[in-house]
Design a protein around this ligand. Structure first.
Ligand code: TRP
Length: 453
């Protein structure tokens, strides 16, 4: 049984579709990557630009993917061929490459989450949260938990038992929200909370003026990453959709939930880091882990809470990881006629190998090497291509599709097409240029130093 069969059954209800899309969207992007980017890019200034991007680029981009998927009822390679002509199918190759790359380090970070679940049971991180992160983030521990997480994803994708996982994930989103609200309330009582909120919530326009060249590509990359956009996952999900659904409304629900969960993560992380007098950017990729471990070590029954939290978090990462691996596996099955189990083993094994250097790098430089390339350059490129296709080549069909289930939306549809056609595309192309410049700086700066040892 493939994901296709499972999804075809599930999508009978609107709730099933939204649930699966939310399962893919909500993951490490919200709880790990979001506060990490906010810390790196200077706080509220980043938050403001990020929210703007979600609204003016994330929403139209999601509609683009939904309209392609529902119109063609095909997965990305076939959908692009039908919508754009034969040459467009090669973009499917780009999508697979992106999924392969993202999953390789996604699994390393998800391995940290599983490690912290175990750490909650043993109390391992209570002593010194910052030092603990450094010991588990790279080395044999990290490699072992990377292997465990990858093996779990392989097992689920190979055996096609996604449905059980999707059901478990139903409990994951509410559990995460409840626990995060609880920890955020605790964090609000800490000394330094006021200063943290100022950092997180009140934008300093001077920071935007100084750092826009790195804030803009980070914010765009984060928007695509967290919404699972830019590589055709949402095309696939919408291809199983019944026709009488309001795509714009569904997008708004998915985006609202995803953004809300990320926002909460910031309310948790920054007060705790400020209370511990750790700078918001200092722990970098470890921000959420250091902050949460510090909090759980202090609160009554904190380690129990921690165990539940990291379990729910790992489940969230798993539902996203399944979507990443499944794109590659199903395309390889369809295009090359390989059986599901060997295909999954080979692909998952390859992803593990590609991620292994990240798990062994104690300087946390390789994770930036992979992550910046994937989120800021490749996802943005993927989205630009999809938008060109919908807004410039197949706009009539896309517009027609958006209106199905809604009725005539009058000039709103034209506005959407024109928004995507010019301002959104121009903004994304500018973003891509900034991202490439930033990546070049990273390659010739921190990465070159790292290589030189
Ligand atoms: N959105 C997921 C998260 O926030 C990660 C993810 C799953 C993803 N599928 C994707 C990111 C496709 C980009 C593209 O954790």
């Amino acid at each position: 049984m493939s994901l296709d069969d499972v999804i075809r059954e599930n999508w009978a209800t609107r709730f099933g579709f939204i649930l699966a899309a939310v399962g893919s969207a909500v993951g490490l992007g919200n709880i790990w990557r979001f506060p990490f980017q906010v810390g790196q890019e200077g706080g509220a200034a980043f938050l403001l630009i990020y929210l703007l991007f979600i609204l003016i680029i994330g929403l139209p981009a999601m509609l683009v993917e939904f309209s392609i998927g529902r119109r063609t009822e095909l997965s990305p390679v076939g959908a692009l061929r039908e919508f754009g002509g034969d040459a467009w199918k090669y973009i499917g190759g780009l999508f697979m490459l992106i999924a392969f790359l993202i999953m390789s380090y996604y699994s390393v970070v998800a391995g940290w989450v599983v490690r912290y679940f175990v750490g909650s049971l043993t109390g391992g991180y209570a002593e010194d949260p910052e030092a603990y992160f450094l010991t588990v983030a790279a080395g044999t521990d990290a490699l072992l938990f990377h292997a465990i997480f990858m093996a779990a994803t392989i097992a689920i994708v190979a055996l096609g038992v996604q449905r059980g996982i999707e059901l478990a994930a139903k409990a994951m989103v509410p559990a995460l929200v409840v626990l995060m609200v609880a920890v955020a309330v605790y964090a609000a009582t800490l000394p330094g909370a006021g200063e943290a909120y100022a950092y997180y919530l009140s934008p300093d326009f001077g920071v935007i003026a100084d750092d826009w060249q790195s804030i803009i590509p980070s914010a765009a990359g984060q928007a695509f990453f967290t919404l699972s956009l830019g590589m055709g996952i949402m095309i696939t999900y919408a291809s199983y959709l019944a026709e009488d659904r309001n795509l714009a409304e569904d997008s708004a629900i998915i985006i609202g939930l995803d953004t809300g969960i990320a926002f909460l993560a910031g309310l948790v992380v920054f007060p705790i880091l400020f209370a511990a007098t750790i700078g918001p950017a200092d722990p970098g990729a470890g921000a959420i882990f250091v902050a949460l471990a510090g909090a759980f070590a202090e609160i009554r029954f904190g380690l129990v809470l921690g165990a539940v939290f990291f379990f729910a978090f790992a489940l969230g990462a798993l539902t996203s990881a399944i979507s990443l691996m499944e794109v590659v596996v199903s395309t390889v099955i369809d295009e090359f006629g390989v059986d599901r189990i060997p295909a999954t083993l080979a692909i998952g094994g390859g992803m593990f190998v590609l991620g292994a250097p990240v798990a062994l790098d104690g300087d946390l430089v390789l994770i930036d090497l992979y992550d910046q390339l994937a989120a800021e350059i490749l996802l943005v490129t993927g989205s630009i291509l999809l938008m060109v296709l919908v807004a410039w080549i197949a706009h009539d069909r896309a517009l027609d599709e958006i209106q199905r289930g809604v009725g005539d939306i009058g000039s709103l549809g034209q506005i959407w097409i024109w928004l995507v056609r010019v301002p959104v595309l121009l903004a994304l192309i500018a973003t891509l240029v900034l991202a490439i410049m930033g990546y070049y700086e990273f390659l010739t700066g921190p990465f070159a130093e790292w290589l030189a040892g």
